[in-house]
Ligand binder design. Structure first.
Ligand code: UFG
Length: 363
C-alpha cells in the first residue's frame, strides 16, 4: 500500500477539484477523486494523468449516498477529506433554493456522517467569500459578520456552522474552512481549465469566449459604482494558487489538531475594466464591450485581507492578474470548446454508479 496520505477529493473532476488534484499529487498526496460528472467531464481524467504522469483514481457517484462514501473512505483508507462537491450558481440558487440546500447541505451531512463512521476526522471545506454578503468595508477579514444574500451563500454558511458544531461536539474533529474569493485562470499547461456549460455566468470565462470569437461582446454590469473606474472590483485569484491553498490546509490538519477558517484571496482588487484590459494585453485581441445596468445582487467592491491564511497556513497567492489572464487565454485557445469533443471514456461498471478505479486501468 502506498505511504502517501490518501485524501478523498469530492468534486475532484471539476474546475477547482482538477487543479487541486494536480497540486496534491505534486505535493506527495494520493487523492481519491469523487465526482458525479453533473458539472464536469470524465475527459479531465486523462488530462490529469498526462499532467502528473500518474494513474488518477476516480470514483463516480453522488456524495449524498452516505453508505457509498463510507465504503470509499474505508476501501481507500483516507486520512482526510477535501469537500468541494456542490452547486455554485448564485442565480440558479435564487430560483431553485431547495436544490441548493439539498445538494450542498445534504452532501456535507452525508460526507461527515461517513467520516464519523470510519474515524476519519480531518476535513477541508470549500466555502465562499459570498458568505460575507455586502461588506461594510474592504478589505474583508474573517472577523467580519456573515450576511449571505442568496440561498447558495446561505447554504455555504450553514455548512460552515455544521462543521463548527461538530468540531465543538467532538474534540478530535479538525476542520479547515476556506473562503474563496474569485478563482480564475487555468493550469499553465493549458491542459485543464474552466469549462462552463452554456453561457458563462462569470467574468473571466465570458471575456475569454469573446476574445476567441464565440461571443460578440462583453456586457459590463454597471459603470456607476463608487470605484475608481465605476465598474465592480473583485479579488481574482489564480486557480493554481487556490489549489495550493487546499494542499496547505490539508497538510496543517493532518499535522496539528484544531480548526480554522481563512480567506483565500490575493488581497488586491481589480475592476471589470481592469480585467478586460489585462486580458487584451495577454491575448493580443481586442475585447468589445458595452455598459449595461448593474446586475441584481452585485456589490461594488470585494477583496480579501489574506493575512490570516499567511499566518495559519503559510500560504500566499503568488500570481497576479496578468498571469491569470495569460493562463485563461492559453486554456481557451487550446480548448475553444472546453472538454467537449473529447472521446468519452468508457466507464467501467454499470448502472448509476461505476468505479473508475485507476483511470489507466479503465481505458
Ligand atoms: N461581470 C460583468 N459581466 C459579466 C459577468 C460579470 O460585468 O458578464 C462583473 C460583475 O458584475 C462583477 C465582476 O464582473 O462586478 C465579477 O463577476 P463574477 O460573476 O465573475 O463573480 P462574482 O464576484 O459575482 O461571484 C463570484 C462567484 C460566486 C462567489 C463569489 C465570491 O460567481 O460563486 O465570486 O466572491 F460566491
Amino acid at each position: 500500500m502506498s505511504q502517501q496520505p490518501r485524501v478523498l477529493l469530492t468534486g475532484g473532476a471539476g474546475y477547482i477539484g482538477s487543479h487541486t488534484a494536480v497540486a496534491l499529487i505534486e505535493a506527495g498526496y494520493a487523492p481519491v477523486l469523487v465526482d458525479d460528472f453533473s458539472n464536469s467531464s470524465p475527459a479531465v481524467l486523462k488530462r490529469l494523468e498526462q499532467l502528473t504522469g500518474q494513474p488518477v483514481v476516480c470514483e463516480r457517484g453522488d456524495v449524498q449516498d452516505r453508505p457509498w462514501v463510507e465504503g470509499l473512505l474505508r476501501r481507500h483508507a483516507c486520512q482526510a477529506t477535501i469537500h468541494l462537491a456542490g452547486f455554485k450558481a448564485v442565480g440558479e440558487s435564487v430560483a431553485q433554493p431547495l436544490k441548493y440546500y439539498r445538494n450542498n447541505v445534504g452532501g456535507l451531512i452525508s460526507v461527515m456522517q461517513a467520516m464519523q463512521a470510519v474515524d476519519c476526522r480531518a476535513i477541508v471545506f470549500s466555502s465562499s467569500a459570498t458568505v460575507y454578503g455586502d461588506p461594510a468595508s474592504v478589505p474583508i477579514d474573517e472577523t467580519f459578520a456573515c450576511a449571505p444574500e442568496s440561498p447558495y451563500a446561505h447554504s455555504k454558511l450553514v455548512c460552515e456552522q455544521m462543521l463548527a458544531a461538530q468540531a465543538k461536539a467532538q474534540a478530535d474533529w479538525r476542520v479547515g474552512v476556506l473562503r474563496y474569493f474569485n478563482p480564475v485562470g487555468a493550469h499553465p499547461s493549458g491542459q485543464i481549465g474552466e469549462d462552463p456549460g452554456g453561457v458563462p455566468n462569470n467574468l473571466m470565462p465570458y471575456i475569454a469566449q469573446v476574445a476567441v470569437g464565440q461571443r460578440e461582446k462583453l456586457q459590463v454590469f454597471g459603470n456607476d459604482y463608487p470605484t475608481p473606474d465605476g465598474t465592480g472590483v473583485r479579488d481574482y485569484l489564480h486557480v493554481t494558487d487556490l489549489a495550493l491553498g487546499h494542499v496547505a490546509a490539508v497538510k496543517r490538519l493532518l499535522q496539528c489538531p484544531g480548526s480554522f477558517t481563512v480567506n483565500l484571496g490575493t488581497g488586491a482588487g481589480t475592476s471589470v475594466l481592469g480585467v478586460l484590459r489585462a486580458f487584451e494585453r495577454a491575448s493580443g485581441r481586442s475585447v468589445p464591450f458595452e455598459f449595461v445596468p448593474r446586475r441584481a445582487g452585485d456589490v461594488a467592491q470585494y477583496f480579501a485581507d489574506a493575512s490570516l491564511a499567511a499566518s495559519v497556513l503559510g500560504w500566499r497567492a503568488s500570481h497576479g492578474i496578468e498571469a491569470m489572464c495569460r493562463d485563461a487565454w492559453h486554456w481557451q485557445q487550446r480548448n475553444p470548446l472546453g472538454y467537449a469533443g473529447e472521446v468519452a471514456h468508457e466507464l467501467r461498471g454499470s448502472g448509476e454508479k461505476s468505479r473508475l478505479g485507476s483511470f489507466s486501468d479503465a481505458i
